[in-house]
Design a protein around this ligand. Structure first.
Ligand SMILES: CC(C)(COP(=O)(O)OP(=O)(O)OC[C@H]1O[C@@H](n2cnc3c(N)ncnc32)[C@H](O)[C@@H]1OP(=O)(O)O)[C@@H](O)C(=O)NCCC(=O)NCCS
Length: 206
């Protein structure tokens, strides 16, 4: 994976997830540090996760070298999430987990995130997982709409005490393999080129 592609991914993630501090003059510095953190976290994941991790990026057909969106998918088996699935009657030992979904501001509402979801779900299918899980903030209206529109269901909301302590509440969402790759997800693939960065595949090729 090229360094400039990694840097472009980190920039999109930083722009999407940086939260302004109460001390505005500090923000440029804090933003710079945050973007560096996004880059090094991604580098670490690609370097040390042997398999079960993929960074998917969306580019446009007109500018195939320009990264427009990103999502990370990994194989997980966290007890808390497995318990939620079990309570709904699903005895799973693992699941695919989506994180860090972000689309460049000037590329939004053109189907990039939908295409990324479709690609991630196909990856989950390849890993023989029955569920794709993710967290989004309960006040992230665009995120919630995106996931609901693509067939994700709310599984669990963080308890109220989280907001009393000043934390943003999250929603755990899930999609079952029985509805993977339906609807828009397949359709919009054709308008975006999707690259898959899989550390294992790169090692095999080397
Ligand atoms: C949320 C986000 C990833 C959506 O990316 P996107 O490429 O614009 O999404 P899509 O074009 O595939 O949108 C698909 C559907 O999601 C919903 N949606 C997406 N953005 C929306 C918005 N700002 N307001 C309302 N609905 C929205 C709509 O239903 C949309 O379909 P439509 O355009 O036909 O109405 C993008 O806004 C983003 O990067 N936000 C900041 C980071 C973030 O919140 N990530 C999710 C964290 S879990």
């Amino acid at each position: 994976m090229r360094e400039e592609e990694l840097a472009a991914v980190a920039k999109i993630q930083a722009e999407a997830f940086f939260e302004a501090s109460p001390i505005a003059p500090l923000d440029p510095l804090l933003y710079y540090i945050f973007q560096g953190g996004c880059l090094s976290a991604l580098q670490e994941k690609l370097k040390y996760t042997k398999d079960g991790f993929c960074c998917l990026v969306a580019t446009s057909t007109s500018e195939p070298d320009r990264v427009r969106g990103v999502v990370e998918i990994s194989l997980q088996g966290e007890k808390e999430e497995l318990k939620v699935l079990r309570e709904k009657g699903f005895e799973e030992e693992s699941y695919a987990y989506l994180a860090c979904m972000a689309v460049a501001r000037d590329a939004r509402r053109s189907g990039a995130a939908t295409a990324l979801l479709g690609a991630a779900e196909r990856m989950a299918g390849k890993w023989q997982q029955n569920f794709v899980l993710l967290h989004t903030f309960a006040d992230n209206f665009p995120g919630l709409r995106l996931y609901h529109a693509n067939g994700y269901a709310d599984m669990m909301r963080d308890p109220d005490w989280r907001s009393l302590l000043g934390f943003r509440k999250r929603v755990l969402m899930a999609k079952s393999a029985s509805v993977f790759s339906v609807g828009n997800a397949v359709q919009s693939i054709s308008t975006n080129i999707l690259k898959v960065w899989n550390p294992q595949a790169e090692q095999d090729a080397a």
